[in-house]
Design a protein around this ligand. Structure first.
Ligand code: CNA
Length: 290
């Protein structure tokens, strides 16, 4: 048996091409993907950390709301005092405004090939979802929650995200018809519990035979630490603008990094896999559905 749990000659990856060979030859069949805001910047959704220059970035655009500091938008105490900035963000990110890009479809293709164990995303834009890029719900862990469902902050009544759409889109703060409490989309705020599905990592990561990390600064815990939860012999591939997390300070022998634009990096991987035509077809069909 090869290093990667499959049959055949294993290649200890040094380059993107080596990683591709291990996937193509099906030596890697339990791939875990970790992703963050960087995979959605090519779809036009700014990330939070890299767009600090005035006039760009979601936080900057929210300055009109007098946030004491950018991250306050995701703090539950601040939300209870002033939910307006969060709902301005919600209006922007509500499902339907943005389209997935090649990186999202790549994950779907990996699933269709039977080689995706799970995708863990920090994104709250829902672009990976079944109805959007086509990653089935059981394959996706939305670690920081979703706009697809919501909960009344007062009586805890559950809502479907679509029920809130008219109010969110009109710029209003949605209220519970029963108790008049503010209805909050099920996005995980700082200090809140992560969804139970997050804990699938306890069984997924020890089983993984390849970890692909893309478009994340790996700065938000506990998500960031998952990068260290695969076995030490398991190759990890980072596709990102910059070196982050353990790829910067705790390099393992089988870590591979593809620095630069995430779409370019994933495209290169897909080319090396020989999956380009299939991915193009998936994307064309996807955009027609949209
Ligand atoms: P982050 O901290 O903003 O980091 C993004 C990373 O992606 C950085 O390392 C960037 O250099 C990199 N990056 C950005 N664009 C590209 C690109 N085109 N090519 C290559 N690399 C790129 O984002 P994280 O996800 O790590 O931070 C966690 C927060 C941000 C989560 O809680 C998210 O919910 C939150 N967030 C989500 C969205 C979204 O859902 N799309 C948008 C903004 C923020």
């Amino acid at each position: 048996r090869g290093l990667f749990g499959g049959g055949g000659e294993s290649v200890q990856p040094q380059t993107l091409q080596d990683v591709a060979e291990n996937i193509r030859e099906r030596r890697c069949k339990r791939v875990v993907v970790m992703a963050g805001a960087g995979i959605s910047t090519p779809s036009g959704i700014p990330d939070f950390r890299t767009c600090r220059s005035p006039g760009s970035g979601l936080y900057d655009n929210l300055q009109q709301y007098d946030l004491p500091y950018a991250e306050a938008i995701f703090e539950i105490g601040f939300f209870h005092r002033n939910p307006n900035p969060f709902f301005a963000l919600a209006k922007e990110l509500y499902p339907g405004n943005y389209q997935p890009n090649l990186t999202h479809y790549f994950v779907r293709l990996l699933h269709q090939k039977g080689q995706l164990l799970r995708m863990y995303t920090q994104n709250i834009d829902g672009l990976e979802r079944h109805q959007v890029a086509g990653v089935p719900p059981e394959m996706l862990v939305e670690a920081h929650g979703t706009f697809a469902t919501a909960t009344c902050t007062s009586c805890l009544r559950k809502y479907d995200g679509e029920e809130l759409r008219p109010e969110v889109m009109s710029g209003a703060v949605p209220r519970c018809p029963t108790c008049k409490g503010v209805v909050k989309p099920d996005i995980v705020f700082f200090g809140e519990e992560l969804p139970l599905s997050f804990f699938k990592y306890l069984t997924d990561f020890p089983l993984a035979d390849l970890l692909i990390v893309m478009g994340t600064s790996l700065e938000v815990e506990p998500f960031a630490s998952l990068a260290g939860a695969v076995r030490s012999s398991v190759p990890r591939l980072l596709i990102n603008r910059d070196l982050v997390g353990p790829f910067a300070w705790g390099r393992r022998p089988h870590d591979v990094t593809q620095l630069g634009d995430v779409v370019t990096g994933v495209k290169e991987l897909v080319d090396a896999l020989g999956w380009t035509q299939e991915l193009d077809a998936l994307m064309a069909a996807g955009s027609q559905e949209v």
